[in-house]
Design a protein around this ligand. Structure first.
Ligand code: SAH
Length: 223
């Protein structure tokens, strides 16, 4: 499934993802067309596969980013507030920002300072990215994402880009009602994507989607 969508340009990659049914919504397609993955992936940016970005982190495969955006889409509207935990390269943070413009904000959190700096540098490679940073639409912050980012809460949508060892209550606590969390969770030697909705009455509804392989959500390495 993955490599079949690879292309020779950003547009070819995104069009192939759509042709293969991995992007179904035109808003997600347009957002991914507007962000050049070459600004974020140090190698083979137009392949539908994860790539190393240093510090044991990877930029996830484009089909995973597409799936995360499609899952969160009902909560990604102009003006929405979004938290992107484990922002790594900053690619998804940028795509999410395109989906909440104008008036929305996306906070990218990573616990490795050089990756926080890398994400901001990657975003500054394009005029659109520089505008997102200068307007405060996007902020990259160093923090332990397992605790969320209470300063910016509550959020319409929270994306977690690393596999959590448990269902961290801090994350659902920081969702609006209604709001949605997309999170890979470790279960034994497997990981599954969970989509957790906070309903208007504050109750939680968990849906288990498909199996995945993500970098774990961990303690920060000794520096
Ligand atoms: N969405 C990113 C994924 C990067 S890989 C991208 O596609 O580029 C997962 C990221 O989670 C890494 O950057 C890693 O540093 C970060 N991470 C792991 N544990 C974390 C924690 N406790 N708090 C914040 N970030 C964490």
């Amino acid at each position: 499934m993955a490599w079949r969508s690879s292309g020779s340009s950003n547009a070819a990659l995104v069009n192939n993802l759509a042709a293969n049914g991995l992007i179904t919504d035109p808003r997600v397609k347009n957002a991914m067309l507007s962000v050049d993955r070459a600004h974020y992936s140090p190698a083979l940016p137009y392949e539908d596969s994860p790539q190393r970005i240093g510090y044991s982190a990877t930029i996830s495969a484009p089909h995973m980013h597409a799936s995360a955006c499609e899952s969160l889409l009902p909560f990604l509207k102009p003006g929405s507030k979004v938290l992107d935990i484990g922002s790594g390269s900053g690619y998804l943070t940028h795509v999410l920002a395109e989906l909440v413009k104008p008036g929305g904000t996306v906070i990218g959190v990573d616990h490795i300072q050089p990756l926080v700096d890398l994400a901001a540098r990657n975003m500054a490679k394009s005029k659109e990215g520089r505008e997102l940073l200068e307007s405060g639409t996007v902020k990259f912050i160093k923090a332990d994402g397992r605790k969320g980012w209470p300063e910016g809460a509550p959020y319409d949508a929270i994306h977690v880009g690393a596999a959590a060892a448990e269902h961290h209550v801090a994350l659902t606590d920081q969702l609006k009602a209604p709001g949605r969390l997309f999170v890979p969770v470790e279960e034994g030697w497997m990981q599954h994507i969970y989509v957790i909705d906070k309903k208007e009455d504050g109750s939680l509804e968990r849906k288990k989607l498909y199996g995945v392989q993500y970098v774990p959500l961990t303690d920060a390495p000794e520096s």
